[in-house]
Ligand binder design. Structure first.
Ligand code: FE2
Length: 278
């Protein structure tokens, strides 16, 4: 699936951009289905999601989303009076985290052999898809996602998590495209997110500063796939434009490495899904 040059780029830069990995038909169907999830959910239980203020997250609702499909509101979705600022369909931050197990359309998409082949070409011997999210980055209220590394949340020994970031819509500087630090995956893991007895906490591991000055913007076309290493620092700005920036993400770990019991996302009910490349 990947050329030697692409494998080398991933090794040196920590990421790879693959154009046209989602067909137009898939892209429109995945988006339509995502809006259906919002319509079908009465949202009465839905919590908020924030990377700038994690204390806002309702732990039980969040932890329960590991093996279900749940919607999370944008941090700025509500006004001072507690009313939605814009339509419900434009108020959701993300949907997660087991779409690839529980929804037929997402399930089928996640089982495309090319995606398993990418993982294997990157050296993941048993690519296990732990999490899917639809991230909306809504117009006007789409929140910032602060600098982080995904291995913080998917801790394995040795490090193995790779993120698949599919642009379901064009991602631009205006609507909050990803920023990342080329080569930054060679640095240490700065933080680790623990879940112990239902309590969530972030523990610093390194005081290496975040690459706020060395970030590179990654505007990409709809249908593109950005694959990146679990230690690669990345960030996205708030969306103040009038266009959404919908992305679909996969987090893939190697089942041959040891998945930490303290990671928030555990799948005792759903188990492993190892991506096939045959
Ligand atoms: Fe991330």
């Amino acid at each position: 699936m990947l050329s030697e040059e692409q494998k080398q780029q991933f090794e040196e830069m920590g990421y790879l951009l693959l154009a046209d990995m989602v067909t137009e038909r898939e892209r429109l169907a995945l988006i339509e289905r995502a809006y259906q999830f919002i319509e079908e959910d009465d949202l009465s239980q839905a919590g908020q999601f924030s990377t700038t203020d994690r204390s806002r997250i309702d732990n039980r609702y969040f932890l329960g989303s590991a093996e279900t499909i749940r919607c999370f509101f944008e941090e700025e979705a509500f006004d001072e009076g507690g009313e939605l600022r814009q339509a419900r369909s434009q108020s959701i931050n993300k949907i997660g985290h087991a779409l690839h197990d529980l929804d037929p359309l997402y399930r089928q998409f996640a089982r495309r052999r090319e995606f398993g082949a990418v993982a294997r070409d990157l050296g993941i011997s048993q690519p296990s898809l732990y999490q899917t999210m639809v991230i909306f980055k809504q117009p006007r209220i789409g929140g910032e996602v602060t600098w982080h590394q995904d291995a913080t949340f998917f801790y394995t020994e040795p490090t193995s998590v790779v993120t698949y970031w599919f642009a379901l819509e064009d991602a631009t500087l205006e609507n909050g495209c990803l920023w990342l630090e080329p080569g930054g995956h060679k640095g240490p893991l700065r933080e680790r997110y623990f879940c112990e007895q239902g309590l969530l906490r972030m523990e610093p591991l390194s005081d290496l500063p975040w690459p706020t000055e060395n970030g590179q913007a990654m505007p990409v076309k709809a249908g593109s796939l950005l694959v990146f290493h679990g230690h690669l620092p990345h960030y996205s700005a708030p969306n103040r434009s009038d266009r959404s920036r919908i992305a679909l993400t996969f987090h893939v770990v190697d089942a041959a490495s040891e998945y930490a019991e303290e990671n928030w996302l555990q799948r005792p009910g759903l188990g492993h899904f190892v991506m096939s490349s045959d």
